[in-house]
Design a protein around this ligand. Structure first.
Ligand code: ZN
Length: 284
C-alpha cells in the first residue's frame, strides 16, 4: 500500500461510526496474524540476500544501476529498469528465483556443512530426496556464481575471524563479530601469545555488482591479501576498507583508490557512497 493511502485511512478513523470501528477491531487481529505468518515463513538466508541486493540494485537484463522501486510482490521489493524497462526483484535471474520451499531453506543451509549428504539432509528438513537435490543444486550454483568474476568499480574488503576447528570437529564455529574487542586484539596476534583459541582470518571482498571473493589467510598482511586479490580487482577501482596498514598498502600495490573507514570511531559512510556495509552483510 502507498504511504499516502495508509495516511488517508488513519485520518478517517476518528470519522468512523461505532459499527465501523467494531468491524475494524475484528479485522485487524486477522490481518496481524497474516503478516506475522508471512514474516515467519520468510527465510533469514533469503532476507540477507535481499538486503545485499537492495543496497545497490542493478538490472538483471542490462546490468544498469538506473532503477526505480516498483512496488512489492510475495514479500520481495520489485524494481523497474529505467534503461530497458525490465521489472525484477532480488531473486530474479538467480538460482533462488521461484523457490517454493523458502521455509525450509535456513534449515537446509545448515546441512551444507560438507558432511551431511542428500538423504540425511532431506530427513532433517522433512523434505523429499528430490527437493533435497534441487535445494543443494541451487545453493551450490549460487555460491559458484558469487565466487567468480573480477571486482570493479567500488569494491569493499574486510576480514572476519573464525575459531580454529578442533581435530575431528570440522564444523566452523560462529565467526567473531567484526569490530569486536577480541577481534581487534587478534589482528595484533603477535602480541597476544597467550590467546587460548587460535582465530583464523578469512578475507572477504566484494563489489557493488555482487561479485564476491573470499579466502582463508594465514595472517592479515599486505602480502597475503595481495596474493589473493592480485588480478581480481580491476586496476583503477576504488577499494573501501577498515583502517589497517595492510589494507592501505594493498590499495597502493594494486593501483586502487583507497577509501579508509575508521569504523572504530563510528565512521560508517564516506562521501555518501563509500562504506563496507555490503561486505559486512555478506560476512554476517
Ligand atoms: Zn535494464
Amino acid at each position: 500500500m502507498q504511504s499516502q493511502q495508509f495516511e488517508d485511512i488513519l485520518r478517517s478513523v476518528p470519522l468512523m461510526s461505532p459499527e465501523q470501528v467494531n468491524v475494524l477491531h475484528t479485522t485487524l487481529p486477522l490481518a496481524a496474524n497474516t503478516v506475522t505468518s508471512n514474516v515467519q515463513a520468510e527465510s533469514r538466508f533469503l532476507e540477507r540476500l535481499k538486503f545485499y541486493f537492495d543496497q545497490h540494485p542493478v538490472c538483471v537484463r542490462c546490468r544498469s544501476a538506473h532503477v526505480n522501486r516498483w512496488g512489492s510482490k510475495d514479500g520481495h521489493q520489485r524494481y523497474c529498469c529505467k534503461d530497458c524497462g525490465k521489472t525484477f526483484n532480488a531473486m530474479s535471474g538467480t538460482p533462488m528465483a521461484h523457490l517454493r520451499v523458502r521455509e525450509k531453506l535456513d534449515q537446509y543451509v545448515e546441512c551444507m556443512d560438507g558432511e551431511t549428504t542428500l538423504r540425511p539432509a532431506a530427513r532433517r528438513c522433512g523434505i523429499s530426496l528430490d527437493t533435497s537435490f534441487h535445494l543443494r543444486h541451487r545453493l551450490m550454483t549460487l555460491l559458484e556464481n558469487d565466487s567468480y568474476g573480477q571486482l570493479s568499480g567500488i569494491a569493499e574488503e574486510d576480514e572476519t575471524f573464525f575459531h580454529e576447528s578442533h581435530k575431528g570437529d570440522r564444523k566452523l564455529q560462529t565467526p567473531r563479530k567484526r569490530g569486536a574487542r577480541s577481534q581487534r586484539k587478534s589482528r595484533h596476534a603477535k602480541t597476544e601469545k597467550k590467546a587460548s583459541v587460535p582465530l583464523i582470518p578469512v578475507m572477504v571482498a566484494c563489489d557493488r555488482n555482487h561479485h564476491v571473493i573470499d579466502a582463508v589467510l594465514k595472517k592479515v598482511s599486505t602480502e597475503e591479501l595481495q596474493s589473493q586479490l592480485e588480478g581480481r580487482i580491476l586496476a583503477g577501482s576504488t577499494l573501501c576498507f577498515d583502517a589497517h596498514l595492510a589494507h592501505e598498502h594493498l590499495a597502493e600495490k594494486l593501483s586502487l583508490t583507497a577509501k579508509t573507514l575508521v569504523s572504530s570511531s563510528g565512521e560508517r559512510v564516506k562521501e555518501g557512497i563509500y562504506h563496507i556495509q555490503t561486505v559486512n552483510a555478506y560476512v554476517s
